[in-house]
Design a protein around this ligand. Structure first.
Ligand SMILES: C[S@@+](CC[C@H](N)C(=O)[O-])C[C@H]1O[C@@H](n2cnc3c(N)ncnc32)[C@H](O)[C@@H]1O
Length: 277
């Protein structure tokens, strides 16, 4: 007889029987994430500029959380993390500054079924000035098992005109300060051995490579977090770039630069002591 209760249990990694789990969910175990295609199923059909692929939060949730754990996303954007929470039976809280973007996230969550009856909450606000403890306790949570953080890649994409948006930070220094404030706020609710995932890419300014990934990693390591992995993920070509591939090739040849074909997924875990200075 089929155990209905078990059938409706959200997926969870059992190290005594891990092989079927990693096969079923395509769990990546090495640091090179080559994901050929974005999963555009369900409410994720429509793609918005600057959102990450659903496979990123899915991998993180499936490896680093248990069913019904809480996942927090301080740069929620169009709600990709929360959609994955809903699909995989994890509770979720996301904070987003821009109302227009937040509305897309809300719509997506309404369109998606909620098979495990989890709570996912979308909150409008500035993560650099948000009291996450208050937000969680109001909703009956005490801590998060996982924080997924996907800040703007500084000014590469403008997400809105609000000066508090990290994409409008006037300098790199201001960007890192605001990122650091958000980090301090959100780490207050991360559980003792909870995981923090940072997804970020680098940028060019006037023909010079600006390693945002390494700067934000350095900022992150100032807190009590242990670096567990630096993964590199392929970036698909955008439609616009694909159409003008030879123009882009010429540009990089002329300026002595390269196309961005990768971004970073950095994994940290809360720790009292770290070896990194
Ligand atoms: C790289 S996008 C995140 C995309 C998201 N992972 C998704 O898949 O849709 C960064 C988001 O952070 C938001 N943001 C920037 N500054 C913020 C702040 N101070 N507080 C809250 N959200 C902020 C931006 O408006 C943008 O939607």
């Amino acid at each position: 007889m089929i155990d209905k209760k078990k059938q409706h249990h959200p997926p969870t990694l059992d190290l005594k029987n891990w092989l079927p789990y990693i096969r079923e969910h395509n769990i990546i175990t090495d640091s090179l994430w080559l994901i050929p295609k974005r999963d555009g199923s369900g409410s994720m059909k429509e793609l918005h500029h600057g959102e990450f692929i659903p496979q990123i939060p899915r991998q993180a949730i499936l490896r680093f959380t248990e069913p019904y754990d809480l996942v927090v996303d301080p740069f929620m954007g169009y709600g990709t993390t929360l959609v994955e929470c809903q699909r995989l039976g994890r509770n979720g809280v996301g904070v987003e500054l821009e109302c227009k973007i937040l509305e897309v996230a809300k719509r997506r969550l309404q369109e998606e079924p909620n098979p495990y009856n989890v709570k996912v909450e979308v909150i409008e606000g500035d993560s650099a000035a948000t009291d996450f403890q208050k937000i969680l306790s109001k909703r009956g949570f005490t801590e998060a098992a996982l924080v997924i953080s996907h800040p703007p890649y500084h000014d590469v994409i403008k997400y809105g005109s609000n000066p508090k948006n990290l994409s409008n930070a006037p300098t790199l220094k201001h960007f890192l300060q605001s990122y650091g404030k958000t980090l301090d706020n959100v780490l207050k609710v991360l559980s003792k051995k909870g995981y923090y995932i940072l997804v970020i890419g680098d940028k060019y300014t006037k023909g010079e490579w600006v390693p945002l990934g390494f700067y934000t990693m350095k900022e992150t390591l100032k807190r009590n977090l242990k670096l567990k992995a630096i993964c590199v993920k392929n970036l698909e070509e955008t439609m616009a770039k694909r159409k003008q591939i030879n123009l882009w090739r010429y540009r990089v040849l002329k300026s002595g630069t390269y196309f961005f074909k990768h971004e970073y997924i950095m994994l940290f875990q809360k720790a009292r002591h770290t070896s990194n200075p």
